[in-house]
Design a protein around this ligand. Structure first.
Ligand code: FES
Ligand code: FES
Length: 1006
């Protein structure tokens, strides 16, 4: 059928199929700003367009319905200002505000948010924050925590009203010396001048130790280097690069939790018109591997196959199909006949280790790592003893024990897993994929595809969020096998349901804690046992669960002689079950540990009538002390001693307390009660946490830097920007060394053919590890520029006595102490065209010998309905010591987004399976992630220490926001109403049950 529509002011006539959705038609017509969030059901809002000026999710209507209507997408709004000789009107003010406010992280939701904002501001140019939140609530964002998008819309509104909107930088002043004045009381903060805004784009920054030198680029709230293209919805993500002749892949997933495939018949599927290939385990090589994207050798068992004759969870792979269209591929899946011989299934982790339990991995190819033992359904076993725990317990006045449980939760990045594969003209396999680990993917795929590494090229375009979910070689092999089978390009993307049933998630755990304490609050021994569920495959089993202890149990070492020789035990069993595999998820095992540890600390403090914060600080690790686990465990590799040089925790606590008004609220009965509402109780809670920065002696980053004719630079990095802004902070570091602006550094990441090796984006390593590699590469380039500048200056003035060490690079010049200079452009032209010609370039690599921990104090304020058990989180404050902050906008965006993910862990998110292993949560209706209009107030404070192991003094910021929110909320619930919720999330049902059994609500035994 034909439809007529006006698309972005152009009148068009299109031939469409009556059953096609508007989303499918728009994307087929290369209107690529309209994003598929995988739900295709109106849940995520990433496909929103304006129809006759109103936002509508394009997946929820048929293309036929827009016949005669006006459709607007972001392609019709704004252009890059400067396009050579052609001048344009530039970006729309909303787009500009999104860039300036740092409202764009991965950018996958950005076009939909901008359109929604446009709709609002066209009818109301003075919206309240509530109205903005209401408008944005139709678009889910997993990255930002919505603070900065809300700020952006209010900022754009002010601009559209004709007000003078000061640059973001004017809100931001990094204090130059110690000490700085921060407000002691809540509410003292200045508000933005142009609006009634309560969100805060720029965090507070307190400098605890002065940095070694003044910087011009490091510490600046630079705009993201990729923001301009993302805010215009330009082709940037994998799905934007599908060419003609591309087949669509689909996978038949197992409907049963545990079975062998007795018989499989694909003849009918193969015979279907439009089907190019159907593959089963009988068609491809049987190569055992691990899907975990980690360094070589992978620290976990090899227990997976691309396709197998056995299925181990509902959602496991049975067959691959490639067809001309998605509809044909779906039809083909239905024609595959499979006879399963069902086996007993283990759904609950406790059952995995019971005598007589069915063995989930009995394949002869299984490769053990460390203490994995498939006969016992053990993917990993961890036994770490530090000091003498039994003696510590003997010396304690009290022994406190508690049981805690944490659920399986999902990363829920809005861009689903997605990959495009094809042979290039040289018969090399090109894998364009949304991955955190391009180099690991290339190495891991080679044996599976039976291609040498040199014949595989992995390209990572923009990634629409990962959060650990894409630290996995999850679907690349599917498309690549089908490209090998058909010789044609193959595109494969997960639906939202696929994400829930067949992806990776956070390890659920049951944790037992036993703590010995003296009467004065000194911890004498601390012991944790964790039973961790890796699901059907052991990807990240050892390392995630190891970090539960390695970081969760490292913070509290004790006082006095215990501080010198802490007594800590961490044992864990990581078991296989017939449920979807767990894997890497931002925080990497540490949020699980801190749920238990921080709930336990709160209960101990209350039981012994100690001040809860003083008790923590008394026992917390201090600067200059040895990381207690550093000599005991290192992700399955040889541990090496490591000193913790910088600890800003005490200042985090002080500043966080001031921001949330701790002293005015804690222990204040008036504050806890709400007048006329006796069923509502207020509470306040704290959790203190530490993380790590990269994996020492292992994580390696590389960078190369090349100078161009105009004095600009190409920075190539293997590091993987997932939307975190790492490309931007790496450019800032290069610009700092070279004395140029960020816009003079053109960053490209990542392509295994062109960019240097990097382990990828995980373990909070990019800014620290890849950043140090960039600095090394930039140092080499700077040195060469300085040498040339000396020669050029001496040529002009032969009497000049000068060495390269005396040359300073700043303001795009190489400047001698006497003020004479050559510009970098002159140096570049000299090098490339005039004298002793050479390409000035440098390569740098960096491996760290330490993993400096960031520290944080997380505060939560809640209101609990003691009749229904409903918890409303009103405010979250996080004060973080992440060393020097390279970019306060991107860094605070990380903290805000992380806190909101963690808020889901605290109160709403969990994945549950029935006795057959069938998932209850398969969409964003049953699995609720926070919307813009449901947010508590968020506040971020950076306590800036100077970490001596990094040239710019920085530590990680990306993961630590996940660690403390849930226990701080749990502790706030306890403070509000005396209910101990020891299993998160704190759903109304759990809180209500805890309230009913309040007399013995605490399972902590003294
Ligand atoms: S709302 Fe359309 S893809 Fe999610
Ligand atoms: S920036 Fe919103 S989903 Fe990533």
């Amino acid at each position: 059928m034909f439809i007529k529509l006006t698309l972005n002011q152009n009148e068009l006539e299109w031939e469409i199929q009556p059953h096609q959705t508007l989303l499918d038609v728009l994307r087929n017509k290369h209107i690529l700003s309209v994003k598929n969030g995988g739900c295709k059901n109106g849940e995520c809002g990433s496909c929103a367009v304006l129809i006759d000026g109103k936002p509508v999710n394009a997946c929820t209507i048929l293309a036929a319905q827009v016949d005669g209507h006006q459709v607007d997408t972001i392609e019709g709004i704004g252009e890059t200002l400067d396009q050579g000789w052609k001048k344009t009107q530039g970006l729309h003010p909303i787009q500009t505000a999104f860039i300036e406010s740092g409202a764009i992280q991965c950018g996958y939701c950005t076009p939909a948010m901008v359109l929604a904002a446009k709709h609002l501001l066209e009818k109301n140019d003075s919206p309240t924050e509530e109205e903005v939140r209401d408008t944005l609530s139709g678009v889910l964002c997993r990255c930002t925590g919505y603070t900065k998008p809300v700020e952006a819309v209010l900022r754009a509104a002010a601009f559209l009203r004709g007000e003078i909107v000061p640059p973001i930088e004017s809100d931001y002043q990094l204090p130059e010396s110690l000490p700085i004045d921060l407000p002691d009381q809540p509410g003292d903060e200045p508000t933005a001048p142009y609006t009634n805004l309560t969100t805060k784009v720029i965090p507070k920054i307190s400098i605890q130790q002065e940095s070694k030198k003044k910087t011009t680029q490091v510490g600046k709230p630079s705009k993201k280097v990729d923001a301009q293209k993302l805010v215009q919805g330009k082709p940037a993500f994998v799905a934007d690069f599908i060419g003609r002749d591309t087949l669509v892949a689909k996978v038949l997933f197992s409907p049963v939790a545990h079975a062998t495939i007795k018989h499989i018949d694909v003849s009918k599927a193969r015979a279907l018109d439009g089907v190019a290939a159907v593959l089963t385990y009988q068609d491809i090589p049987r190569v055992v591997y691990s899907t975990a994207g980690q360094s070589h050798p992978i620290p976990g068992p090899l227990d997976a196959f691309s396709l197998d004759h056995k299925v181990r969870f509902v959602g496991d792979r049975v067959a691959f199909v490639a067809a001309e269209t998605a509809e044909i591929a779906e039809q083909a899946l239905k024609l595959i006949e499979v006879e399963y011989e069902e086996l007993p299934a283990i759904i609950d982790m406790e059952d995995a280790m019971k005598p007589g339990a069915v063995q989930i991995h009995d394949e002869p190819e299984y490769v053990n790592f460390a203490d994995s033992d498939p006969q016992k359904n053990l993917a990993a076993e961890i036994r770490i003893d530090i000091g003498d725990v039994e003696q510590g317990f003997k010396e304690a006045d009290y022994i406190l024990e508690g049981d805690y449980e944490v659920p399986k939760v999902q990363q829920a990045h809005i861009e689903p897993h997605v990959v495009l594969t094809y042979w290039d003209a040289d018969d090399r396999m090109i894998i364009k994929t949304s991955t955190q680990v391009p180099f690991h993917v290339r190495r891991m795929l080679a044996p599976i595809l039976q291609l040498p590494v040199r014949r595989i090229r992995v390209i990572k375009p923009r990634v629409g969020g990962g959060f650990g979910g894409k630290q996995e070689m999850l679907i690349e092999d599917v498309a690549a096998h089908l490209t090998i089978a058909t010789g044609r390009p193959v595109f494969y993307e997960y639906s939202r349901e696929d994400e829930f049933v067949s992806s990776r998630s956070r390890h659920p755990m049951r944790i037992h804690l036993k703590t010995g304490v003296k009467r004065d609050g000194t911890i004498t021994a601390n012991e944790m046992y964790a039973l961790s569920d890796t699901g059907a495959y052991g990807c990240h089993a050892l390392t995630v669960t190891g970090n539960t202890g390695h970081k969760g149990m490292a913070l509290y070492v004790g006082e006095g002689k215990y501080r010198e020789n802490p007594n800590i035990r961490f044992y864990a069993d990581v078991v296989y079950t017939n449920t979807p595999p767990s894997g890497a998820y931002r925080g990497y095992g540490v949020p699980q540990g801190y749920w238990a540890v921080e709930r336990q600390m709160e209960k101990i403090a209350r039981a012994l009538q100690l001040d809860s914060i003083e008790f923590r600080m008394k026992n917390a690790i201090r600067a200059g002390e040895m990381h207690p686990f550093s000599t005991a465990w290192s992700e399955g590799r040889e541990p090496k001693p490591e000193i913790v040089h910088t600890v800003g925790l005490e200042e985090c606590v002080n500043q966080g307390k001031a921001a949330i008004g701790w002293d005015q609220k804690y222990n204040n009965p008036d504050w806890h009660n709400i007048p006329d509402k006796p069923y509502l109780k207020r509470g306040i809670g704290i959790a203190t946490v530490m993380q790590g920065t990269a994996i020492p002696y292992l994580d390696m980053g590389g960078a190369s830097l090349k100078m161009n004719d105009d004095g600009s630079f190409n920075l190539l990095v293997g590091a993987t920007d997932l939307g975190t802004g790492s490309d931007t902070v790496l450019a800032q570091m290069a610009a700092e060394v070279l004395g140029v602006e960020v816009e003079d550094v053109i960053v490209y990441s990542s392509d295994t053919d062109f960019t240097p090796f990097d382990v990828g984006a995980y373990a909070s390593s990019t800014t620290y590890i890849s950043g140090a590699a960039v600095i090394r590469a930039a140092d080499k380039v700077a040195r060469r520029i300085a040498e040339r500048a000396v020669n050029m200056l001496k040529e002009k003035n032969p009497a000049l006595e000068i060495t390269p060490e005396e040359i300073d690079l700043y303001e795009k010049k190489a400047i001698a102490p006497d003020g004479s200079f050559v510009t970098l452009e002159e140096v570049a032209l000299n090098a490339l065209h005039h004298t002793d010609q050479e390409q000035i370039m440098g390569v740098g690599s960096f491996v760290s010998e330490s993993s400096p921990p960031p520290f944080a104090a997380q505060f939560a304020e809640v209101v609990v309905d003691i009749v229904t058990g409903q918890v409303r989180v009103e405010k979250l404050v996080m004060a973080v010591d992440s060393g020097v902050i390279v970019n306060p906008i991107t860094a605070s965006g990380q903290v805000e987004g992380g806190m909101v993910q963690a808020l889901g862990y605290a109160v709403s998110e969990e994945m549950v399976y029935d006795q057959h292993g069938i998932a209850r949560e398969k969409d964003f209706v049953d699995y609720h992630i926070f919307r813009a209009d449901e947010m508590p107030e968020l506040e971020t404070i950076f306590i800036q220490t100077y970490e001596p192991t990094h040239p710019f003094g920085l530590k990680a910021v990306a993961e630590i926001p996940l660690d403390g929110v849930a226990p701080a909320v749990g502790n706030a619930i306890l403070d509000a109403c005396g209910a101990n919720v020891d299993s998160n999330p704190a759903t109304p049902e759990r809180v209500w049950r805890a309230l009913q059994s309040k007399s013995d609500a605490s399972n902590t035994r003294i």
